[in-house]
Design a protein around this ligand. Structure first.
Ligand code: HEM
Length: 137
């Protein structure tokens, strides 16, 4: 049973990383050479935003089940402590982007700092995965 939960944990990671890297690729593709396709780009942004939200909720749900099911109240590992710190940062970024997106859509697009949030979120995701391997190997 816990193997199935772990499979869900890793599948959510697959979806989350698609959303995270998708936003980075959009940021890299933007610029003076970019083709004007705002409707298409906004549709992609929305898909990435919802995918990231869905993925992080599944990651927390399955992660907590795995932790309680296999280790008790906490995993005694420094790598796990830092993994959860980065997971919290990533969750805060995803919640903030989902919370503010509709307002930004009405008021002329996301503020410039949003691209730094995407980079920070992707960096956090890479750290979480690396630290998970250190914590559980
Ligand atoms: C961005 C969020 C997260 C990502 C990307 C992530 C990623 C991963 C990965 C890649 C593994 C496999 C590591 C290995 O077996 O070598 C793993 C395992 C695990 N994760 Fe997460 N995780 C996330 C959030 C969480 C949270 C919030 C918790 C708990 C509060 C959690 C608890 C666990 C546990 C207990 C395992 C070990 C499962 C086992 O060995 O059977 N994870 N995670």
């Amino acid at each position: 049973m816990l193997a199935l939960v772990k499979a869900l944990h890793l599948l959510a990671l697959v979806f989350g990383s698609a959303a995270s890297l998708g936003n980075i690729y959009l940021a890299l593709a933007a610029g003076p050479h970019d083709l004007p396709a705002p409707g298409f780009t906004n549709a992609l942004r929305k898909l990435y935003r919802f995918t990231a939200l869905f993925a992080i909720l599944v990651l927390w749900a399955t992660g907590l089940v795995l932790m309680f099911g296999e280790y008790g109240w906490w995993v005694p590992s420094r790598a796990f402590d830092i993994k959860i710190a980065f997971a919290i940062l990533l969750t805060a970024i995803i919640f903030w982007l989902n919370l503010r997106a509709t307002t930004w859509a009405r008021t002329g697009g996301p503020p410039p700092y949003v691209k730094y949030l995407h980079w920070t979120g992707t960096f956090s995701l890479l750290m979480v995965v690396t630290l998970a391997v250190f914590a559980f190997n």
